[in-house]
Design a protein around this ligand. Structure first.
Ligand SMILES: NC(=O)c1ccc[n+]([C@@H]2O[C@H](COP(=O)([O-])OP(=O)(O)OC[C@H]3O[C@@H](n4cnc5c(N)ncnc54)[C@H](O)[C@@H]3O)[C@@H](O)[C@H]2O)c1
Ligand SMILES: O=P(O)(O)OC[C@@H](O)[C@@H](O)[C@H](O)[C@H](O)CO
Length: 388
């Protein structure tokens, strides 16, 4: 069985690769990072190390790589043969890999006995559905009809904290022991791929929203607050009692929404929140706040971890006070290595905060939320100073 995985980065090697390998797949990683692809082709294996007391090392074999910048035709050929295609490249990169996938699907013989699932493992709502739209934009009507017969794009949620790696062995990847991979089976046909560790569900929305609005909202809040106070890592930021309390309040706010929307058990959801706070504390992981704060424009997007829950809470008549506070803090995020942070700061020089939220967060029809954020923005220094 052949798996083609786009993005041989942290989560690609450290999570998706491990589970696909355990399920018996040969894995071909597609990436634009020449060093990683060369190493994969040289060693044909890599190591995943658990970031806990055990430091257990797991060898992942039967792997290779293709550099899609150098050998796009090889990518087309391998997709035509694949039994499963997965991605972990980042939401903004999905449109850039869509043409390669489309070309591969066009070359693929329709085989109704052998369905192909294409699964985007990105931190976003509806990642695979979005990828499907991008892929189909490169197809004629008849090519789409043919593809529809045996190719499926089930949405998914993935959870495992994998920081940026810096080891002598360029392929070694240290990961937290916890993981969760949930796939929407109602969008698939035929036998479900037997991947140990995957949970198949009929409706993904409660799972992706629970993950994105708890793990990722809390994580990003920790990062922006940590950065605001000059703290370098997530574990140091969450060790600060004031930051920890604000992050807990934020996750309680999104929790109130999730409990209302999906009727999660409030007690269980509280335990979920506390478990996540413990994961952020993992002393065996050094996760830079700049990784978790990366791409602030994406993170302030209408369907992402801050704005969507804040907006929906307001629709339920609940004031998302702590979310508004951290959204305001995120506006001060500066990082010259992050082009979205540069763009945001540059926009703020010539525009008002209100204009920023209309443009980047699509809040033109939600002035109430903009006003709440502006109130926090104006008071943030004083508020946080008092709380610190
Ligand atoms: N790291 C985590 O803790 C984690 C956990 C869950 C989900 N995710 C999600 O997984 C995705 C990847 O995150 P990551 O942390 O692994 O990032 P990463 O930067 O470590 O990996 C992304 C990889 O994609 C590659 N890439 C970039 N452009 C490409 C292209 N055009 N074609 C092929 N490959 C390309 C990069 O070279 C890199 O190797 C994101 O959507 C992220 O939100 C990450
Ligand atoms: O990958 P991003 O930029 O959407 O978010 C950064 C982190 O919060 C994220 O990568 C987490 O580590 C991960 O989602 C945990 O499952």
């Amino acid at each position: 069985m052949l798996a083609v995985h786009f993005g041989a980065g942290n989560i690609g090697r450290g999570f998706i690769g491990q589970l696909l390998h355990n399920a018996g797949y040969e894995i071909c990683f597609v990436d634009v990072n020449e060093e990683i692809i060369n190493e994969l082709n040289k060693k044909k294996s890599y190591t995943v190390m658990l970031a806990d007391r055990t430091q257990e090392k797991i060898k992942i074999t039967n792997v290779r790589g293709i550099n899609s910048l150098k050998d796009p035709q090889e990518v087309t050929k391998i997709i035509a043969k694949a039994d499963i295609v997965t991605t972990a490249v980042g939401p903004t990169i999905l449109p850039r890999i869509a043409k390669l996938i489309a070309d591969g699907l066009i070359e693929r013989e329709t085989n109704l006995e052998k369905p192909l699932n294409i699964i985007a493992c990105e931190n976003m709502i509806g990642g695979s559905s979005y990828l499907r739209d991008e892929v189909y934009a490169y197809m004629t009507f008849s090519q789409k009809v043919k593809t529809d017969q045996s190719v499926y794009f089930p949405d998914a949620a993935v959870d495992r904290i994998v920081p940026i790696q810096s080891h002598e062995d360029a392929l070694l990847v240290a990961v937290e022991p916890f993981y969760e991979w949930v796939i929407e089976k109602s969008k698939m046909k035929g036998d479900l791929p037997a991947i140990n560790g995957v949970t198949y569900v009929d409706d993904l929305l409660p799972y992706i929203e629970r993950k994105l609005f708890t793990v990722n909202t809390g994580h990003a809040a920790t990062a922006y607050l940590g950065n605001y106070y000059g703290i370098q890592t997530i574990k140091d930021a969450i060790a600060n009692e004031n930051i920890r309390q604000i992050v807990r309040q934020i996750m309680k706010e999104t929790g109130a929404l999730l409990v209302k929307k999906y009727h999660f058990d409030p007690e269980e959801h509280n335990l979920y929140i506390e478990k996540i706070l413990n994961r952020f504390e993992n002393e065996y992981i050094s996760d830079e706040v700049t990784r978790v704060a990366r791409s602030p424009i994406r993170k302030l997007g209408a369907n992402d971890r801050f704005i969507k829950p804040a907006r929906e809470l307001m629709e339920f008549g609940i004031q998302p006070k702590y979310l508004a506070k951290v959204i305001a803090v995120a506006l001060s995020y500066k990082n010259n290595d992050d082009h979205e942070a540069i763009e945001l700061q540059s926009y703020l020089k010539d525009h008002t905060v209100e204009q920023l939220f209309v443009k980047y967060s699509e809040l033109s029809d939600c002035k109430e939320l903009i006003n709440l954020i502006i109130k926090e923005y104006d008071q943030i220094e004083k508020d946080l100073y008092i709380q610190m």
